[in-house]
Write a protein that binds this ligand. Structure first.
Ligand SMILES: [Mg+2]
Length: 273
């Protein structure tokens, strides 16, 4: 790929997706740890992931175990975003969780109350739940018929694992929608909520940040809508051809995070309007 010496020089912060950029399944992608370290030499780096199953602490520990030099303050997951959204817009809230421990942990850490009775909840916070049961859906419905609103961590349809695709948070959001309760708020990518929080955490304006991701419909579309430049890396779900024929255009195209961090990227024309 062509090298543009100034690819990274214009940015002060780098928002970095996890699956397909840093990792594939439970393994680090080749050169990704060194690539992330190289970005850190140039500016603030913040890992921005739609994963809702882990808290910031757990996400950081997982990434450290894979060789990435990150701490909890360098990571924003969609469970954290959901907790932050409630704090900013509603104050301390009673929530019913349809999801995994990451959501419970972030809600408690932010001072929200995880209700033990669905009838007490003002919000149903929904994310990926690999232990979904009919009973859990029934409990969520109990909260919803009493007026609770739906806060979705994200709507990713599927989630890549070493064994192939598995249902993502979107499958659970779809179940609630099927009962007549579509989400009132979605905080994960491509929602602007996640990008606003990420810019706030980094202390930069949109034009000073670069989103690095592997999905056009979340990483790139969300960044474009938020006025943030994006780079698509080809180590995840989208291909070079996907990027060139899609109306959702990244600013940059790179073979991998390792290549991008070395300044090797192709400039694409701006997003088609
Ligand atoms: Mg990804």
């Amino acid at each position: 790929m062509a090298t543009h010496a100034d690819v990274l020089a214009r940015y002060r912060a780098f928002l970095v997706d996890v699956d397909g950029v840093l990792t594939r399944g439970n393994e680090a992608l080749p050169g990704a740890a060194a690539g992330l370290a190289a970005l850190r030499q140039r500016g603030r780096t913040l890992v921005l992931t739609n994963n809702s199953t882990r808290s910031r602490d757990e996400l950081a520990r997982h990434l450290r175990d894979l060789g990435f030099g990150v701490g909890p303050d360098d990571v924003v997951g969609s469970a954290f975003l959901a907790a932050r959204y409630l704090t900013m817009h509603c104050g301390p809230s009673a929530v019913w969780v349809l999801g995994e421990e990451g959501i419970r942990g972030e809600m408690a850490a932010a001072g929200h109350r995880v209700a033990e009775d669905p009838r007490e909840a003002a919000w149903v916070v929904v994310g990926m739940d690999r232990h979904l049961t009919y009973e859990k859906l029934s409990h969520a419905l109990e909260a919803l018929v009493r007026g609770a609103r739906v806060l979705a961590t994200n709507e990713d349809a599927t989630f890549p694992t070493a064994a192939g695709l598995v249902p993502g948070a979107g499958a659970l959001v779809g179940a609630l929608r099927g009962m007549g309760y579509p989400p009132d708020v979605v905080v994960g990518k491509p929602s602007p909520v996640g990008f606003e929080v990420a810019l706030d955490v980094c202390g930069v304006q949109p034009e000073g940040a670069l989103m690095i991701g592997d999905r056009l419909e979340t990483d790139v579309a969300g960044a474009n809508a938020a006025g943030i430049d994006s780079a698509l890396v080809l180590t995840g779900v989208c291909t070079d051809e996907d990027a060139r024929k899609s109306e959702t255009r990244p600013r940059w195209l790179a073979a991998s995070l390792a290549e991008l961090s070395a300044g090797c990227a192709v400039a694409l024309p701006g997003p088609l309007q």
